[in-house]
Design a protein around this ligand. Structure first.
Ligand code: SDX
Length: 433
């Protein structure tokens, strides 16, 4: 990646064991300052320690910018609010991966390619048969993506990246839809070339061979918006996983499969499923949302308000604000009156006035309202994180590609502070207690 926007500024001084070390500092295009510790261990023998990497930059990136204090999110410099209003998921995918908004010819070619690579090899259908009906779609998704490397063995780290990017973007929605059909015991519905990305995904999920199914515009538009809002989010847990796996020169499919597994966790992409399950629990408990607010404040309860809090956003998650408005609009247009939306709004209203949440800067994140929209669209709860993965795919690909194109990119290999036993002799079994 070019260092157009990264500048070396003044150095920092570190005093360790009465010895002073000078460390270069780098400043990004938005003024973020990083202390470059690449040579720290060579110079001082010491490493830094940062559990959870909350204060550590793993790379320089030109893809997504987040300002957690100001609630700013931009893809390649374009504000998420503008992209949400004016763009579409295929165009945003091109922007994230190739770094610029496509011109008419580029967009038509990209859309054509995604449309004409959406089938999966018929032999892959046999893999679905091996999963029990109760298999979670995220486990299926990760396994199927990894298996793509068996069908495209030439998709190695140094292969024709553009063709494999198109294959993955085009096939992931087919794999996702097929895993849904498998889970409900219905026949697969194949991709249709006359539908756009979001409409085709919904058609493959909800059409049945016995009758024609017209995807409602409002639902297709809502899914396209959700996919845009989830498309990238700089170095989050799953994206860092994709970079970590890709840094060993593993192929694109293997790297993305690992990212899907990281996203599955309830603290990350799995939160959207947990939010709905939490709201349903509150509804079934007399909609007593204040009781759950108090549980979230009580450490002993181990209860977390799912969909609240964020490592970076310490004011508001701009995606949550957009989704809150979209939830009202989509439910009204669909004539859906979901009591879970009222419970969510009540939780947000009370939490935002409560010192516990204010002090810890806990606000609704992208997962807090997304599930209510997915639900209104008829998407089952166990498919919510799959929809997140579908949206995040272009971001994962863009980050993997950027890492691969960074001159001198090295395999990720953090250090540790060892706190185990010091040297001790082996004890034979007869002498052990
Ligand atoms: C995503 O990184 C990304 O960009 C992720 C994402 C993306 O687009 O890729 O934005 C998508 O993963 C959104 C987050 C979805 N997860 C959830 O909604 C799960 C609930 N949230 C939490 O688990 C938590 O807030 C995290 C995981 C999101 C952030 O964890 P941090 O930064 O490690 O914060 P923390 O756990 O150290 O919490 C700080 C304090 C703690 O209290 P104290 O020990 O200081 O007293 O806040 C408390 C936590 O107990 N806290 C919560 C809480 N989240 C944090 N208390 C109650 N409910 C919560 N949800």
């Amino acid at each position: 990646m070019s260092n157009d926007h990264m500048t070396l500024t003044e150095t920092s001084k570190l005093l360790l064991h009465d010895k002073e070390y000078e460390l270069p500092t780098i400043t990004g295009s938005e003024g973020e300052v990083g202390i470059d510790i690449t040579q720290l261990r060579n110079k001082s023998g010491a490493i830094t320690f940062d559990s959870g990497y909350g204060n550590t930059g793993s790379c320089e990136s030109a893809i997504t910018f987040i300002d957690g204090e100001k609630g700013i999110l931009r893809y390649r410099g374009y504000p998420i609010e503008e992209l949400a209003e004016k763009s579409n998921f295929v165009e945003v995918s091109f922007l994230l991966i190739f770094g610029h908004l496509p011109n008419k010819a580029e967009l038509e070619k990209f859309h054509f390619d995604l449309t004409h690579h959406s089938l999966i090899h018929e032999d892959m259908k046999k893999f679905f048969e091996g999963f029990p009906p109760t298999a979670h779609p995220m486990g299926i998704l990760s396994a199927m993506v990894s298996s793509l490397s068996a069908f495209y063995p030439e998709a190695g780290y140094n292969a024709d990246i553009k063709l494999n990017i198109v294959r993955l973007l085009a096939k992931l929605k087919t794999i996702a839809a097929f895993s849904y059909k498998k889970s409900i015991g219905q026949p697969y519905v194949y991709p249709r070339n006359d539908l756009n990305y979001a409409a085709d995904m919904l058609h493959m999920m909800f059409a049945v061979p016995s009758e024609s199914y017209e995807v409602p515009n409002v639902v297709a538009e809502a899914l396209d918006l959700l996919l845009i809002l989830h498309a990238d989010h700089e170095q989050n847990c799953s994206t860092s996983t994709v970079r970590m796996v890709g840094s060993s020169e593993a192929n694109l499919f293997a790297s993305i499969s690992a990212g899907i597994c990281a996203l599955w966790g309830p603290l990350h992409g799995g939160a959207n499923q947990q939010v709905i399950e939490m709201l349903e629990k509150i509804k079934n408990d007399g909609s007593d949302y204040k009781k759950y607010i108090n549980m979230a404040k009580d450490k002993e309860s181990k209860f977390k308000l799912m969909g609240f809090g964020h490592r970076v956003y310490k004011n508001f998650d701009p995606r949550a604000q957009i989704l809150k408005k979209s939830a009202d609009k989509v439910l009204n247009q669909l004539g859906v009156n979901d009591p879970l939306l009222d419970i969510a709004k009540n939780l947000e209203e009370v939490a935002l006035k409560d010192p516990f949440f204010i002090e810890r800067k806990l606000y609704p994140n992208v997962d807090f309202y997304s599930g209510i929209i997915y639900r209104a669209m008829g998407i089952p709860t166990n498919m919510f994180t799959v929809m997140f993965a579908l949206g995040r795919l272009p971001g994962w690909i863009a980050q993997w590609k950027e890492m691969r194109e960074t001159p001198g990119a090295r395999i990720y290999r953090p250090r540790q502070i060892y706190v185990g036993e010091t040297k001790r002799p082996y004890v034979s079994i007869d002498k052990r207690k």
